[in-house]
Ligand binder design. Structure first.
Ligand SMILES: [Zn+2]
Length: 588
C-alpha cells in the first residue's frame, strides 16, 4: 500500500512540476530529471525500510501534507499568470517549480520516516506531543500561503512577508482580532481544539501498532533525511523569500542606523555652488524601463513618433541629449542603489555606507522632495525607499492598490514652495510592464493591440509627463536644471530580467536641461557636459554627475565619474554592466 501511494505521489509531483513550470531550457530540465530520480530512489528506500511499520491512516496524513506543499508552486504559477501585479518584473518570466515540488516530496519522506522512530523510542504522551507539534509546524507554511491567496489573490509575496516581519506580536493580535472578529477567533480556537483532539485520538491508536524494523538503519535514514531536508528547506520559494526579506531588513536597518551619523559627519563646501549663485529648483526624474531602441528621438526608424517633445529640444542649446548611456544592471533596485549614491561599479563602496544625492542636496541647503509612483513594499523598492525617506518630504504611491498614472504625480508640485531652493526627485512607473496599465485608457494614442503599440504609448505618456513637468517648473519654480534618465531598458518580448541579457535592456535615454543663467554661470562645466554628449557612460555614475551639477565640493565625490568634469575619460571598453560582471561591448 505504502509503495503504491509513494508511486502515485512521485507521478503527481512530476505532473505538477510539468504544469507549473514554463520557458525552461534543456539545462533546467536535465536538473529536474536528475532531482526527481534521486527523490524516487529516496522514496523507494523509505518504503523498503519502514514498509510494515507505516500505518495506513498516518501514510494518508503524510500524503495530505505533501499535497499541501504542492499547492505552493500551483498558487505561485496561477498568481503570476493572472496577475497584473507591478511587483512582477517581467511578463514572460521563467518559472521552474522544481525546488518546491522536491520540497513536497521530502516533507512526505521525513514525515513518514519520523513517526515509527518516535513511536519506538518515546513514551506515549511525548510521542503524541512531538508528532502533533511537528506536523503542525509542517502544515503551517503551505496553509499560510493558501490563506494569503484566498484573501489577497496572490501567493505569500515578499511585500506581505515584509509586513509580517515588521509587525510586532501585539499588532498581530490586534490585526487578527480586527480581521477575524469574535466569531472568527472562536472558529480558529475550535479548529485548534479539534486538531489537538484528533491528534490525541489518532496518536493513541497509532502507538499500539506494530514496531518491527531495524532501528539502526531507520535512524540512519531519518538522520540523513533530516540533514538533507535542513539543507533543502531554505531553497523552497517561500523560505527563500522569507530569508531574502530578512536580509533586506537588516541591510535597511544598517543604512538607517548609520544614516544620521553619516549625514551629520558629511561636510560640503557650497562657496561656488549652484544654490549660492542661482536660487531655484533642480529636478531629477527617474524613468522606468525606457529603452533608446524604441524611442523615436534615438531611433528614427521607429514607426511610432513617441517622443515629440524631446525631439523638439534636439537643437535647443539648453538641452543636452545623451546618446551612449547604459544601465549598470537591468533591475531597478540594483541600478538605483548605485545611481543615487556614491557606490558604483567602479568602486567598492557598500550601499549601506554611502552618501546619497538627497544627503548632498539637503546638506547644501535645498529643501528635498521625493515624489514616487514606486515604493510599494517589496523587494524592488527597499533600497530606493530608504533613500526616499531621507528627503524632507516623501510622498509615496498615491493609491495603494491600483497604482494610478505618472501624471497624477504632477499635482504634488502644488505643495512645493516657489520661494525656496528645491531639489525634487520623481520616480516614475514609466514603461514598466504591463504597458497598457501605464496610461489611462481614454488617453490611448496607438490603439492597435500589440506590444509595440502599448509600449510606444508609455513612452509618449512619459514624454508628455516630462513636457508638463518642465513647463510647470520653468513657469513657477525657477528651474535651473532638470535631469532625466531611465533605470534600465526593456526587451519588448521578454521584459527585463538578469537572465535576459539583451542590449535593449541596457540602452537607456538621458538628458540634462540647463537654464540660461546656469549656462552663463558655469561655462566650463556646460562645455564639458556638451562635449560628452556622445561619451559612453553607465548610470551608476549619476551620483557624481549630480554632485557636479550642483557644484558642491565634498570628499564624497569622484570627478572621474562626473560627465561634467575634465577628468571624465571613460571609453566604451571601460563601461561595465550587470553589477560589474560584464562589459557593454560584449553586447554589440
Ligand atoms: Zn526598473
Amino acid at each position: 500500500m505504502t509503495i503504491m501511494l509513494s508511486v502515485i505521489m512521485i507521478i503527481v509531483s512530476c505532473l505538477v512540476w510539468r504544469c507549473t513550470s514554463q520557458y525552461l531550457d534543456s539545462k533546467d530540465k536535465g536538473h529536474a530529471v536528475r532531482s526527481f530520480v534521486l527523490a524516487g530512489i529516496l522514496t523507494l528506500l523509505m518504503t523498503v525500510i519502514y514498509e510494515k511499520n507505516i500505518v495506513l491512516l498516518y501514510n494518508i496524513w503524510a500524503m495530505m501534507i505533501c499535497m499541501l506543499y504542492l499547492t505552493i508552486p500551483i498558487i505561485y504559477f496561477i498568481s503570476n499568470k493572472n496577475s497584473t501585479n507591478m511587483n512582477n518584473d517581467v511578463p514572460y518570466i521563467v518559472i521552474d517549480s522544481r525546488r518546491d515540488i522536491l520540497l513536497a516530496v521530502y516533507v512526505y519522506l521525513i514525515v513518514s520516516a519520523m513517526e515509527p522512530v518516535l513511536r519506538s523510542g518515546l513514551p506515549m504522551w511525548l510521542y503524541i506531543v512531538v508528532c502533533s507539534c511537528l506536523s503542525l509546524l509542517f502544515i503551517s507554511v503551505p496553509l499560510l500561503n493558501i490563506i494569503h491567496y484566498k484573501v489577497y489573490g496572490e501567493e505569500l509575496s515578499e511585500s506581505s512577508m515584509l509586513s509580517i516581519q515588521q509587525t510586532r506580536w501585539q499588532e498581530t493580535r490586534e490585526y487578527l482580532y480586527a480581521f477575524l472578529g469574535k466569531r472568527g477567533l472562536a472558529g480558529l480556537s475550535l479548529i485548534i481544539v479539534t486538531y489537538i483532539s484528533v491528534c490525541m485520538y489518532c496518536g493513541k491508536y497509532m502507538y499500539t501498532q506494530l514496531v518491527d524494523f531495524e532501528l539502526n538503519i531507520a535512524l540512519i535514514y531519518l538522520i540523513c533525511m533530516t540533514l538533507f531536508f535542513i539543507q533543502e528547506f531554505p531553497k523552497g520559494r517561500i523560505m527563500a523569500s522569507w530569508i531574502s526579506v530578512k536580509k533586506q531588513l537588516q541591510n535597511e536597518k544598517m543604512y538607517k542606523l548609520k544614516h544620521d551619523e553619516r549625514y551629520s559627519e558629511l561636510k560640503v563646501d557650497t562657496k561656488n555652488s549652484l544654490i549660492n549663485k542661482l536660487q531655484g529648483t533642480v529636478i531629477v526624474v527617474i524613468g522606468e524601463s525606457a529603452s533608446r531602441e524604441y524611442m523615436h528621438v534615438y531611433n528614427k526608424n521607429m514607426c511610432f513618433e513617441n517622443t515629440p517633445w524631446l525631439e523638439s529640444k534636439e537643437n535647443d542649446d539648453n538641452f543636452l541629449i545623451y546618446n551612449n548611456v547604459y544601465a549598470s544592471y537591468n533591475l531597478t533596485v540594483e541600478v538605483l542603489r548605485q545611481a543615487l549614491t556614491e557606490s558604483s561599479q567602479y568602486n567598492n563602496k557598500e550601499f549601506s555606507e554611502s552618501v546619497s544625492i538627497i544627503d548632498i542636496a539637503r546638506k547644501a541647503g535645498y529643501r528635498t522632495y521625493w515624489f514616487s509612483h514606486q515604493g510599494r513594499l517589496g523587494q524592488d523598492n527597499v533600497a530606493t525607499t530608504m533613500i526616499a525617506q531621507t528627503a524632507n518630504t516623501y510622498k509615496g504611491p498615491l493609491k495603494q492598490k491600483n497604482i494610478g498614472y505618472d501624471k497624477e504625480l504632477l499635482e504634488l508640485l502644488q505643495t512645493v514652495n516657489p520661494k525656496e531652493n528645491n531639489f525634487i526627485v520623481f520616480h516614475l512607473m514609466g514603461s514598466h510592464a504591463y504597458y497598457e496599465a501605464r496610461y489611462p485608457k481614454d488617453w490611448t494614442v496607438w490603439k492597435s493591440e500589440n506590444t509595440e503599440a502599448y509600449y510606444s504609448n508609455t513612452i509618449l505618456y512619459t514624454d508628455e509627463f516630462l513636457q508638463e513637468l518642465f513647463q510647470y517648473a520653468t513657469d513657477n519654480l525657477n528651474l535651473q536644471s532638470m535631469l532625466y534618465f531611465s533605470d534600465h531598458g526593456e526587451n519588448l518580448q521578454y521584459g527585463h530580467h538578469p537572465s535576459i541579457r539583451t542590449v535593449d535592456t541596457l540602452e537607456i535615454p538621458m538628458f540634462i536641461y540647463l537654464s540660461e543663467k546656469y549656462r552663463e554661470a558655469y561655462v566650463d562645466r556646460v562645455n564639458l557636459l556638451k562635449q560628452n554628449k556622445t561619451a559612453f557612460y553607465s548610470n551608476d555614475m549619476l551620483y557624481n554627475t549630480i554632485v557636479g551639477l550642483l557644484e558642491v565640493k565634498t570628499s564624497h565625490y569622484s570627478a572621474k565619474e562626473d560627465l561634467g568634469s575634465k577628468e571624465y575619460n571613460f571609453e566604451k571598453n571601460d563601461i561595465l554592466t550587470f553589477g560589474g560582471t560584464a562589459h557593454i561591448y560584449e553586447f554589440d
